[in-house]
Design a protein around this ligand. Structure first.
Ligand code: G3P
Ligand code: MG
Length: 341
């Protein structure tokens, strides 16, 4: 156990711990709610012997919707009110990129319909285009599927450049989105109808909101996530150009996301206690060792691995061992609260 896991001194008289819950595989699995999730969250909302309210946030590599929409979805599924300010999506930290790309054309990849377009615009990106927009502009972009909806941007992609690619969520059309992303990254100066001749330096910035190779849904075995799309893209790019694909990633296990999450936790503590501080330790409960446990361990949080999602056991994760392993989120919360007694 990390040193701070010892009970906090009474002199502190303030709650110096908080929780960060992963969502998929911990609270829900696809359309299904994990049965122990409701009691686990109620325990932290004051439904405990000391009537103590313990600050918590939801820290997910999920995406493709606003923090408010995710809060509403989980509130409905778990039966515990979650505030949008308690939710950190995979792309939440990417809001910071809106300063740099505010008025520059960004290709936003992933998500259903125009969900990620609206999301990116809500973050302050003013010139968002999507693979579907390029597909509507020229249906020969990808001859194996049809674009959807009506043209919504007036862009001539043979003349007007794309200046960055941001994958905000899992792709709903891998083939078209792999092709369109490759077109952008391989283009001459961002013109989508050209191919550069010299690949010795990559000029197109590429961002991923998370690297989950797999994630846990209500299907009996794990499903490919955005990390699978990234591996496919990297393989295609290397095969086509002989160069490794350069990109910047957010989400768990990356440090930028944990630094962002600490600010969200601090604001949650301030809302609940009126005091401004970051709890000295955070219990991170997750199902994916490569994301939830690796990230928490690297950031000095207390990691608790549950066996209700990606990881099924036996024992602890050999690659990214957690501080504690248990069956489900309720056991995890009860174990953590017992450390604070
Ligand atoms: O797209 C969702 C998947 O990447 C995993 O989400 O909540 O387990 O971090 P989560
Ligand atoms: Mg998960």
């Amino acid at each position: 156990l990390r040193p701070w896991a010892r009970p906090i001194s009474t002199a502190a008289q303030r709650l110096n711990y908080a929780f960060a819950f992963d969502i998929d595989g911990v609270l829900i699995k696809g359309k299904r709610t994990i049965p122990q999730a409701n009691k686990a969250l109620r325990l932290l909302n004051g439904d405990n012997p000391r009537q103590r309210k313990v600050p918590f946030v939801l820290l997910t590599n999920g995406g493709g919707m606003t923090e408010a929409s995710k809060a509403e979805q989980i509130s409905d599924m778990v039966g515990v009110k979650i505030d949008p300010d308690q939710v950190i999506m995979s792309h939440s930290p990417m809001q910071a990129l809106a300063k740099k790309y505010k008025e520059r054309r960004v290709l936003v990849v992933g998500g259903k319909g125009d969900a990620c377009t609206r999301l990116a615009q809500g973050y302050g990106f003013e010139k968002v285009v999507t693979p579907n927009d390029v597909h509507l502009w020229n249906t020969s972009l990808w001859p194996y599927s049809q674009p959807t909806g009506e043209p919504r941007v007036n862009v001539d992609f043979s003349k007007e450049p794309v200046e960055a690619v941001m994958v905000f969520h899992d792709s709903y059309d891998w083939g078209r989105d792999l092709q369109t992303t490759l077109d952008a990254v391989c283009s001459q100066d961002g013109i989508m109808t050209t191919t550069k001749s010299d690949f010795s330096t990559q000029t197109m910035p590429l961002y991923f909101s998370n690297n989950d190779l797999v994630w846990s849904t209500d299907y009996p075995v794990n499903r490919l996530g955005q990390g699978g799309f990234k591996v496919a893209l990297e393989g295609l790019y290397h095969t086509l150009t002989g160069q490794p694909l350069q990109s910047t990633s957010y989400g768990k296990p990356h440090g930028t996301t944990y630094a962002f999450a600490e600010q969200v936790i601090s604001r949650q503590v301030q809302r609940q206690t009126g005091q401004v501080y970051v709890p000295t330790h955070v219990y991170a409960i997750g199902d994916n060792p490569a994301a939830d446990i690796k990230g928490a361990n690297a950031h000095g949080w207390s990691s608790i691995l549950v066996k209700s999602g990606v990881f099924k056991g036996p024992g602890n994760s050999p690659l990214y061992p957690a501080d504690h392993v248990c069956d489900n989120v309720l056991d995890a919360v009860q174990w953590a609260l017992a450390q604070e007694e």
